[in-house]
Design a protein around this ligand. Sequence first.
Ligand code: PMP
Length: 295
Amino acid sequence: MYFNNETLLYLDGKFVKANDSTTNLYSQTLHYGYGAFEGIRSYETEHGTKVFKAEEHYERLKKSCELVKIPFNYTVQELVEATYELLEKNNLKNAYIRPLVYCGQNMSLSKPTSVSVLIAAWDWGAYLGEKLLRLTVSSYCRPHPKSIHIEAKVCGHYVNSILATNEAKDNGFDEALLLDSDGFLAEGPGANLFFEKDGKLFTPQFGNILPGITRSTVLELADELGLEVEQGKFTKEDLFQADSAFYCGTAAEVVGIASVDDCQFPTNWNDSLGKKLQNAYSLLVRDPLKQNHFN
Ligand code: PMP
């Protein structure tokens, strides 16, 4: 699904066949989750294939590495260029792009001995599907921000996301919703949360969430549409009393939420602010001219 005999990867400045690629089994990333990654999408537009917010994603990758002291020996620009070249070589247009900074052989809990950067890309449709999501509040909370750097997209953090997703699916739901360690609304396993109440939007503030690039795009679009958004600390009860809600993320894009623990949102999704933002997002990612105007 992710690669075939022809697929090329970008690895440390070279393009190599995915089929011929190997990794060191004593990698610190493999054993301890000590690595950082990104999730980026490209879209086919009238002006050719465009990687959405490529610079922002590679800046976040750099920041993630800096926060966890993994040397980042690349410029954002060279990785953006490598991404475009990779898409072209693999003949990909609407793709999902996965950069990964991973560490070499070192079985100690110490600084990495060597670091590599891999970029893979593949065709990927809607990550959470097209239909409205049925969420459940997870029994797992997001990691405490004093245990890890919550604002970094670090490989090992995603065990928390996998546990929450598996629990939700095992209990018959589509996706999990995680609270922070103080019991306030945080985010999904791979997406940020927004909800609507009385014509206004609300979203959890920074501190216990990944600062999503889609979240910031949604904030820009909301501003453009003249919608009021409050960032703050909110409870589960705030969400249960909301009119509608949605998740947003690079892979998920903007996706409506039908219910949380079978408590249905009253506003029809098609009449919600989320639907307006979903449409605006879908147009923006396919319109490079509008993106220039935004930047
Ligand atoms: N939260 C988490 C935990 C995520 O993994 C993601 C996906 N990167 C997001 C939020 C959304 O971030 P973005 O919009 O930058 O993809």
